[in-house]
Ligand binder design. Structure first.
Ligand code: NI
Length: 187
């Protein structure tokens, strides 16, 4: 089932998230809904808070980047209860977007490599380094679990330029061609 995506301005996107246990109700269904929702919006990552669930879970599918980066071939997976342990390497800029902020893309600087501990769908633990576009997607989605959006990380001048667009989105006026929720600005 496709779920509506919460837009910039919704308070849930800023709320702290909690860890989940294997008995979390309807987890399988939630994960399959998240994939369906992400694909319906042509995204490469989606964090649970973006569909209104304040839990530590995100999904990625960066397999579409395989042509540019052969290492992306198998980069489709679920991250449960992730913890970023280390980030290193030179910062590089990439023009990021976010399904919660349709129509806005800005350069964001992030470190090149990330070491993350997480559980998979069977709740088995993993600890793994990622780099390049995989690291970038993980860092962006992980930020969602911390209540951080990519627009928090752009330079103040650019932020000023997109302020009115962000206000539009947080009032429920957006140009997304996928299903979005009306924002709850206070809760
Ligand atoms: Ni995002």
């Amino acid at each position: 089932m496709i779920r509506p995506i919460l837009p910039y301005g919704d308070v849930i996107l800023r709320k702290p998230t909690v860890e989940i246990q294997p008995d979390f109700p309807q987890l399988k269904g939630l994960i399959s809904d998240m994939y369906e929702t992400m694909y319906s919006a042509s995204g490469v990552g989606l964090a649970a808070p973006q569909i209104g669930e304040s839990i530590r879970l995100f999904i990625v599918d960066g397999t579409g980047f395989e042509e540019d980066e052969p290492g992306m071939k198998n980069f489709k997976q679920v991250f449960i209860n992730p913890v970023v342990l280390q980030e290193e390497g030179e910062e590089w800029a990439f023009n990021e977007g976010c399904l919660s902020i349709p129509g806005v893309r800005e350069d964001v600087f992030r470190k090149a490599r990330v070491l993350i501990e997480y559980q998979d769908e069977q709740f088995a633990f993993h600890e793994k380094w990622f780099e390049g576009m995989a690291a970038r997607i993980i860092q962006h989605e992980y930020d969602h679990l911390e209540g951080i959006l990519f627009t928090d990380k752009i330079n103040p001048m650019r932020k000023k330029l997109i302020r009115s667009e962000l206000e539009h989105i947080s009032r429920g006026n957006h140009r997304a061609d996928y299903k979005m929720k009306k924002p709850l600005v206070r809760r």
